[in-house]
Design a binder for this molecule. Sequence first.
Ligand SMILES: [Zn+2]
Length: 106
Amino acid sequence: MTEQPRQRTIGVTSQEKTNLEAAKKSYEQHIGEKTDWGNFLGIVAIAGLATLGVYKLVKSRQSNPVTTCAVCGKQFSIAYTGNLPPVVYVKCPGCGEELVVDMTEE
Ligand SMILES: [Zn+2]
């Protein structure tokens, strides 16, 4: 009997890897600091899910992190310790809808 692997590795072609590394680099330039792959891929994943419409995308600002739920219209502030990342995943305290908040200033 072979032991089941705990984690599956995802096959990434060298072209995809190059694209990901370029995206990570431009993200680091955007936020002005180095980030690790886990953090970066987490942000890419939630941003991607919002793009696909899995989560509702709402806007807010880092200088005033208040947003309005796209479903029930409840306004709430985003509690976050430390620096806010450009994309935040939150749950509406009113209706429980999962929301992705774009924190980039316009
Ligand atoms: Zn809501």
